[in-house]
Design a binder for this molecule. Structure first.
Ligand code: KPL
Length: 304
């Protein structure tokens, strides 16, 4: 395995955060852009700016498109939105080595499992992250909230070998390997399924959901239904209500990722968050009428 053969698919906030963090570690990741975005840049090496409260660093990073990749990919981090990840991966599939290690960093669930099944020979990992990052302009990423990223293989028995072990040391992001990544993905999905859609519908900040009124009542119904789905799936989820209210308090001034997408008129990741939860509930025969009402009202408001 080439030590420096890192590719990152997607140059949004998470793609840029990971690319800059790998550069900081001394690696030379290449950022894969879609053909149309790639064509907009005259130069194929771009300055990537990483800002944290109190410090700014600049790195030079190679950009490529699926058409211009000229060596086999053996380590790939997929940082596109959930709904774009399969098509993005298919665009680079001819370049993946058979034992390529792939790390998927999408919100929600469903997209990771589709990709795992589409790539039977490669080792597919998923990550669940609490890092907060945003782009102020292309290739200018702000690491606003230091969190942690749990990573684990999506295929039983795989991933304990080399994989992404080297992400655990001398890396500015906190990466923790775990054998229960599906549990971690569910824990995050559970919280996002209660907060994100509601903030998009009411076009409000996370903290405004705790209004002791209509929003909070709906929030608490969503939490109760989510708990029932998790219980039916036998997924451990203690004190979801305290956790969700806690996230609303600690991120009170945040505009959730879904609300940001809705404001920009972009397709949100809700079909991989609430949509995935509703699908599981239907299979299990658990009633999720508040989640259904939320999705119906979002779609009536033109938020997909
Ligand atoms: O993960 C988030 C998101 O915006 O997607 C929360 C936790 C709601 C923070 O804004």
């Amino acid at each position: 395995m080439h030590a420096d053969n890192w590719y990152i698919l997607g140059a949004g906030s998470i793609g840029c955060l990971w690319a800059a963090s790998l550069c900081h570690k001394g690696e030379s990741p290449r950022l894969i852009l879609r053909e149309s975005s790639y064509q907009q840049f005259g130069q194929k090496r771009i300055p990537l700016k990483l800002s944290t409260p109190g410090q700014t660093s600049l790195f030079d990073v190679d950009i490529v498109s699926p058409e211009t990749i000229d060596n086999p990919i053996n380590r790939l981090i997929v940082c596109t939105k959930a709904q774009d990840s399969l098509a993005a991966l298919n665009s680079v599939k001819p370049h993946l080595t058979d034992n390529c290690q792939i790390l998927l960093l999408q919100n929600g669930m469903g997209s990771q499992q589709i990709i795992r099944d589409a790539l039977p020979t490669q080792t597919v990992w998923a990550g669940s992250s609490t890092d907060g990052a945003y782009l102020s302009s292309p290739f200018e990423v702000h690491h606003a909230g230091q969190g942690q990223t749990w990573i684990g293989s999506l295929r039983n028995g795989q991933g304990s070998e080399q994989g992404f072990n080297d992400l655990s040391d001398h890396f500015r992001l906190k990466v923790i390997q775990c054998n229960t990544i599906e549990q971690k993905l569910w824990e995050k999905l559970a919280i996002n399924s209660c907060i994100n859609g509601l903030t998009a519908l009411f076009n409000c900040r996370n903290g405004e959901l705790l209004d002791n009124g209509e929003k909070q009542a709906w929030l608490d119904e969503l939490i109760a239904e989510t708990c029932s789905v998790l219980a039916a799936l036998e997924i451990r989820a203690t004190s979801l209500k305290e956790k969700v209210h806690g996230v609303c308090q600690t991120t009170a001034s945040n505009i959730s990722s879904t609300c940001q997408d809705a404001r920009k008129g972009r397709v949100t990741e809700l079909s991989f968050i609430n949509g995935f939860l509703i699908k599981q509930a239907n299979i299990l025969g658990v009633s999720v009428s508040s989640h259904n009402r939320l999705m119906d009202q979002l779609s009536a408001a033109g938020i997909r």
